[in-house]
Design a binder for this molecule. Structure first.
Ligand code: ADP
Length: 379
């Protein structure tokens, strides 16, 4: 066992860092975290907390001095120093070079396209567009559907914001699929079950996730092949969240890759033999990967703040949900409401996906999230 790695530094102290730390403790690791927020979900789980912006290079250096390996739980971080430091031998996983490619959605799509991965048709400039509608995307900084615009006609191009944008064909989506993949130091790859993602329609935020996705054998095979190819070309240890489109023509197309644990893999904590978080920690610390096998069908529900109101959060119905068998509640320690903010999730496990889905709908109604006070309270 490679015990040269004892301390793991994470840039970003959100719920992904929090759940990674929880998965890393049984393996004996210590953790350090950089986050600008005093109340970051991972703050009190880390032995070292550096309160700084994700772009603060001095903070990155401090973390690197303390840790044996560096990773991140967010894509929006400054990579210039990390790329240099990696070349000088600092262990950073997944590689900051991969992160830099992924940070620019156009460069990311071109990277995968050149390596034979199927992606939607891309237009780098509006003059190249052959047919409308198209989807305009901000090259950088988009998340949860922010920075994505449907463009139905040439006239609508004029109302797009003045930022670096590119265009994609508008895919006629049948299902949005997801899959977690992990690579270890030696290039061994594990592929998690293929899941189906169902989004909140008002804002494009994941609301429900079904594991496994209900697909015919051929489609499943196709998705697994594409996922394997993606893992192969990524060439750096770590866990990756992959979002795919399954369209009405039967095509499987890559939408995007996140080089970190992902909301689409939360179900794996209880539903798989090894969670995405444990395999993330194993991958970046030079340990062999665990099996990703689905133990039982599962549905994950994201707990989202109401569309309006910024104040202290209140949860109702949690006690009722907690009394149910195989209903696993996770709260991230975020008590300050912001519209549609992800503050927790619930995973429901049952013998069949239908039963899990029925119970998930009940649990989703059972847990009421409200904004108690309109005033900011630092908790
Ligand atoms: P974000 O990174 O903000 O989540 P995405 O690029 O994943 O943004 O796009 C958000 C959503 O917009 C997708 O989940 C999908 O529903 C829709 N979308 C994105 N690209 C396309 C496309 N080329 N064709 C059709 N719908 C798309």
């Amino acid at each position: 066992m490679n015990r040269q790695v004892k301390k793991v530094g994470i840039i970003g102290g959100g719920q992904l860092a929090r759940m990674s730390i929880l998965a890393g403790y049984p393996l004996g690791f210590d953790f350090g975290v950089i986050d600008p927020s005093e109340n970051a979900p991972a703050r009190h789980l880390a032995q070292l907390f550096i309160k700084a912006s994700f772009d603060d290079i001095e903070a990155q250096k401090r973390l690197a001095n303390w840790a044996d390996v560096i990773t991140y739980d967010i894509e929006k971080i400054e990579t210039s120093w990390l790329v240099e430091a990696e070349q000088q031998g600092l262990q950073i996983f997944p590689s900051p070079q991969i992160l830099a490619i992924i940070q620019d959605k156009l460069v990311q799509k071109q990277f995968f396209y050149k390596r034979g991965i199927p992606v939607p048709e891309i237009y780098t400039d509006s003059s190249e567009i052959k047919n409308f509608p198209v989807v305009a995307k901000a090259r950088r900084g988009g998340y949860d559907g922010q920075g994505v615009w449907m463009v139905n006609s040439p006239e609508e191009l004029k109302i797009l914001p003045d930022i670096p944008i590119y265009f994609e064909e508008k895919v006629d989506i049948h299902k949005e699929l997801g899959v977690m993949i992990a690579r270890d130091y030696w290039g061994e790859i594990v592929i998690y079950p293929i899941v189906e993602m169902i989004f909140e329609h008002r804002r494009h935020i994941l609301k429900f996730l079904k594991a496994p996705a209900q697909l015919d054998v051929n489609t499943l095979k196709q998705v697994r092949e594409v996922s394997y190819e993606i893992a192969r070309v990524l060439e750096s240890p770590g866990i990756y969240g992959i979002e795919l489109f399954f369209d009405t023509k039967g095509r499987i197309l890559l939408n995007e890759v996140a080089p970190r644990p992902h909301n689409l893999g939360h179900y794996s904590i209880e539903a798989c033999s090894t969670s995405q978080f444990e395999n993330h920690i194993r991958a970046i610390t030079g340990l062999p990967l665990g099996y990703p096998t689905l133990r039982k069908p599962a549905v994950m529900i994201n707990l989202l703040c109401p569309p309006k109101g910024e104040g202290l959060l209140s949860f109702e119905g949690l006690e009722k949900a907690l009394r149910l068998p195989e209903v696993h509640v996770h709260l991230y320690g975020k008590w300050q409401a912001k519209p549609f903010r992800k503050v927790g999730h619930v995973t429901v496990i049952r013998d069949s996906l239908e039963e899990a889905w029925d119970m998930a709908l009940k649990v989703d109604k059972m847990i009421r999230i409200t904004v108690k006070s309109e005033q900011w309270q630092d908790v």
